[in-house]
Design a protein around this ligand. Sequence first.
Ligand code: CAO
Length: 453
Amino acid sequence: MAELKEATVPDIGDYDAVPVIELLVQVGDTVGKDQGLVTLESDKATMEVPAPFAGVVRELKVKLGDSVKQGVVVAMIEPSDAAPAGKAEKPASAEAAKPASAESSKPAAAEKAPAAAESPKPAVAPGSAPAPDSAPRTPPVTFDADAVAPDKVPYASPAVRLFARELGVDLARVSGSARGGRISKEDVQGFVKTALSGGGARPAAAGGGGLNLIPWPKVDFAKFGAIETQPLSRIKKLSGANLARNWAMIPHVTQFDSADITEMEAFRKKLGEENKDTKLTPLVFLIKAAVAALKQFPAFNASLDESGENLVLKQYFHIGIAVDTPDGLVVPVIRDCDRKGLLQLAVELGEISKKARDKKLGPAEMSGGCFSISSLGGIGGNAFTPIINAPEVAILGVSKSEMRPVWNGKEFAPRLMLPLSLSYDHRVIDGAAAARFTAFYAQALGDLRRLLL
Ligand code: CAO
């Protein structure tokens, strides 16, 4: 074997412990110059460590979860000029620019995603050239299903696939701008951006597909008075893209109801006095009641799969809690709420709310949710229409409880009533099921003994 050379982490700014979130190659893989070897993810961005030269990967020096900084060796590569005959590498970029029929000398990248490189019918408009490195990374977009080759297998890393899944993006419709036609996170973001701004939608006359929106109004606000422009926070940009996608793609209906929590509140106050160290708000009771309702109505503890044709029913009970932070909305998830008592849930709720506001939540703490609760009860309001946190199929909005006169069959009695607003995905849940869900939920809060059933 010829002399091996090191592939190291290039200058990645001031970071000194960036986790490796993905291994893009395996020992024995042939790589082109600049082809990604591993993916690193900082709190701000995802970046690939490129191969400094073409060759064969002989040793991987890092594993998933390792933290690295500039100069750390990630792989040992046998340069291609020294690689054994038949394994010689051609740069991925040169290869990608070749016609799809150039079967004989596929680069490693193309081997991993044959359809992406060989597809006779690319998703991009005919005649569009592969983007040079200097070209803008926003890929061409199409909503036209016909433009996507049926056998096209999108070439993207697991992290990008997960990202696309979370945004509901069909990767077969995204063109990869990285080497070998690989789809990057930026390509997915560009696709969503273009889609949200109405780009790529097919004309209405061509038939119902696409959003077919008119362009966003361009207004020179300064013409009408003094203004100040503030950039949106990173969280607002991310949650905004998610909210816009979910609102546009999920047929939402909101079911309103109210629960008599007079007894629940008396119990909560008593429990609070007995446990002065723990902040016990109504929300933990709402979490427990949500678990009971999800057990009773399993379709609410489900997600549509990527095809949209199957319902994935979950047998775990992880509840997302919308938390308002100075930088915007985040939804950390409390796991296994069915196995936790009120006091433990209260402690965890306090912890995740603090972490959220201190910007210390990791991606793992915001994933895996089954159902979300958005409580504005500490602030006010009678009702609202929460947006479903895809791929979940329902979200419960809770407003401020208030004393109301309620007819008990003989007279009006003062009862503490909690307004509930349940938004659900009408593709999965029928109106009758939603009404049964909130009725059950209100009943459980009205008589907490029901949570034991
Ligand atoms: N009715 C009346 N009072 C309520 C209530 C309700 N439904 N829910 C909470 N309260 C009370 C609490 O008991 C607490 O009272 P004390 O200060 O006297 O103890 C007070 O309101 C403040 O509660 P809180 O908001 O600090 O705590 P919480 O457990 O209810 O909520 C959290 C925690 C993190 C969910 C909340 O702080 C938050 O961020 N809410 C906003 C969520 C949001 O922005 N949703 C909109 C998203 S768009 O869909």
